[in-house]
Design a protein around this ligand. Structure first.
Ligand code: EPZ
Length: 419
C-alpha cells in the first residue's frame, strides 16, 4: 500500500490548477444511461471513483471510451443488457447507487445492492426510495438488495426531509422521462446538482430551478446524446486554498468558480488570511498564524462538510479556540485522533469539536480513514515540524487528481512511496 511522506515547514508558493469535480462527473456518468446516443464528457478527472462508476456502466453493457490524454470520455448506452449492476462493483462506492434513477427511468426496473455505510456515517437511502416510490415505483428491499419496478413513472410532488444531494440527483434522473411534472421541495442546491441538470437539459430534458430548494422536472419522451464540460471541483479548490493558508504561503488556485467557494473564502478571510479574487481563480496569501474561527457545516450554500476536516487541520495551528460543528454527517471526526498524534489539541463534544490552536504540530505516522480526513492529514503534514507519513492513501486517490504532484509543484517536500 502506498504512503505519502512529507517534510513539513515549507511555505507553498506558485500556481495550482483545479481538476473537474468528482461529485459532478459521477452523477453525470450515471445520467448517460438515460439515452442510447453517445455522450461526450470533457475535463473528466481520472480518479478511482470515476473508474468504479465507469466499470459499473461497462458491466451492464454500456460502452465507455476513455481518451486519458485529453481528459475525455464518451459513453454509449445503446446496448444495456442488465438492470442489475454487480454487487462487487456497487459495494466499492456509494455513488454507484446513482445508476438507480436512470435505469428505472429508462428501463422500468432496477435491482441494486444497498450501498454500504462508510467511515463518515450510515449513509441511509430512505429519501432516495421515498422519491422513487412517490413517482410510482414499487420498491422492495431484501437480501441486501433494493429493487424498483415501474413501467412508466408518473410526475408528482416530493418533499425531501433533508436536502440530500444524492436523493435529489436520483429523483431528477428518474423524473426526466416520467409522465407529467415532478416538483422536488427542499431539494439540494449544490453546484453539482446544477451541473447534472445542465447536462440533462442539454440532452433535451426540461428541468428548472436547479440550484434552488425547489426543482421542477417536466418529463419528456426521450433524450439525445450531448457533449458536456464538467465544472471545476470546489472541494479540491478549497483544499489547496487551505494548504496555502496553513503553510503561510502565497498560492494562485486556478480553474475556480468563485460562487462555489464563497463559504471557504469567507472563513479564510475571517481567519485573517488574504484572499484576492480573480477571473476564475483566487490568490491566497497568509503571513502568520490564522485567527481561530468557528465553523458549522451546512448544506450548500453553507460551509461544505467536505471541507470540515481540512479546516480542522488549519484551526489546529490557529491563534485561539475554534468550535467546529458537523451537522451533515454523524461521524465525520475520524481525522481527530490522527491530528492529535501530530500534537493537535482537539476535544469532541457531541457533534462539535473544540480546537485549541497550537503554534506548532509535529510530524508523525498517521492513517487516512476517509477521503477528506486524508486531505486534512496531508495539510497538517505540510506545516508540521519534521516528517509525516500518511498511510492508507487509497482514500485520497478517490477524490484528488495527483495531489502529490500538485503540492510538489507548489514547493512542498512531498513524495509518494509504495510498500
Ligand atoms: C454527496 O454525498 C457527496 N458525494 C458527498 O461527498 C458530500 O459530503 C455530500 O453529498 C453532502 O454534501 C457525492 O456527491 C458522490 P447526502 P450524498 O445524501 O449524496 C442523510 C466527498 O467527500 N441522508 O446529501 O451521499 C445522510 O445520512 C463525499 O466527496 C438521509 O438521511 O450525501 C447525511 O447525513 C463525502 N437519507 C445527509 O443526508 C437519504 O436517503 C447528507 O447526505 C440520503 C441522505
Amino acid at each position: 500500500m502506498d504512503r505519502i511522506i512529507i517534510n513539513g515547514g515549507i511555505n507553498l508558493n506558485g500556481r495550482v490548477k483545479v481538476s473537474a469535480a468528482k461529485n459532478s462527473v459521477l452523477p453525470i456518468i450515471a445520467a448517460s444511461l438515460l439515452c442510447p446516443d453517445e455522450c461526450f464528457l470533457e475535463d473528466v478527472p481520472f480518479l478511482d471513483d470515476v473508474e468504479v462508476i465507469c466499470s459499473v456502466l461497462d458491466s451492464i453493457g454500456a460502452s465507455i471510451n476513455v481518451i486519458k490524454g485529453l481528459n475525455k470520455i464518451s459513453i454509449k448506452a445503446d446496448n444495456i443488457n442488465s438492470t442489475e449492476p454487480p454487487y462487487d462493483l456497487v459495494r466499492k462506492m456509494r455513488a454507484s447507487f446513482l445508476v438507480m434513477g436512470p435505469l428505472l427511468s429508462r428501463f422500468g426496473r432496477v435491482k441494486i445492492s444497498l450501498p454500504g455505510g462508510c467511515n463518515i456515517g450510515t449513509r441511509p437511502i430512505d429519501l432516495h426510495l421515498k422519491g422513487l416510490s412517490a413517482l410510482g415505483a414499487e420498491v422492495s428491499l431484501g437480501h441486501g438488495y433494493v429493487e424498483a419496478i415501474c413501467n412508466k413513472l408518473k410526475g408528482c410532488k416530493i418533499y425531501l426531509d433533508f436536502p440530500s444531494v444524492g436523493a435529489t440527483e436520483n429523483i431528477i434522473m428518474a423524473a426526466v422521462l416520467a409522465d407529467g411534472e415532478t416538483t422536488i421541495q427542499n431539494a439540494a442546491e449544490e453546484p453539482e446538482v446544477v451541473d447534472l441538470s445542465n447536462f440533462l437539459n442539454s440532452m433535451g430534458a426540461n428541468i428548472v430551478g436547479a440550484g434552488t430548494d425547489t426543482i421542477k422536472i417536466l418529463g419528456v419522451k426521450d433524450l439525445k446524446g450531448t457533449t458536456h464540460q464538467v465544472i471545476p471541483d470546489r472541494i479540491e479548490a478549497g483544499t489547496y486554498m487551505a494548504a496555502a493558508a496553513i503553510t503561510q504561503g502565497d498560492v494562485f488556485v486556478e480553474n475556480v468558480i468563485l460562487e462555489h467557494v464563497r463559504p471557504v473564502i469567507a472563513k479564510l478571510q475571517e481567519a485573517g488570511v488574504t484572499v484576492i479574487e480573480g477571473q476564475n481563480k483566487v490568490r491566497v496569501i497568509s503571513r502568520g498564524l490564522p485567527r481561530a474561527v468557528d465553523i458549522k457545516t451546512m448544506p450548500y450554500p453553507g460551509f461544505p462538510t467536505d471541507m470540515q476536516a481540512q479546516f480542522m487541520a488549519l484551526m489546529s495551528i490557529a491563534r485561539g479556540t475554534s468550535i467546529i460543528t458537523e451537522t451533515v454527517f454523524e461521524n465525520r471526526f475520524m481525522h481527530i485522533t490522527e491530528l492529535k498524534r501530530m500534537g493537535a489539541d482537539i476535544k469532541v463534544d457531541g457533534r462539535s469539536a473544540v480546537v485549541e490552536g497550537r503554534n506548532r504540530l509535529t510530524g508523525a505516522k498517521v492513517k487516512a480513514t476517509d477521503l477528506r480526513a486524508g486531505a486534512s492529514l496531508v495539510l497538517a503534514g505540510l506545516v508540521a515540524e519534521g516528517i509525516t507519513e500518511v498511510f492508507d492513501i487509497h482514500h485520497l486517490d478517490r477524490g484528488y487528481v495527483d495531489i502529490v504532484g500538485k503540492l510538489r509543484g507548489l514547493g512542498a517536500k512531498i513524495d509518494r512511496v509504495g510498500e
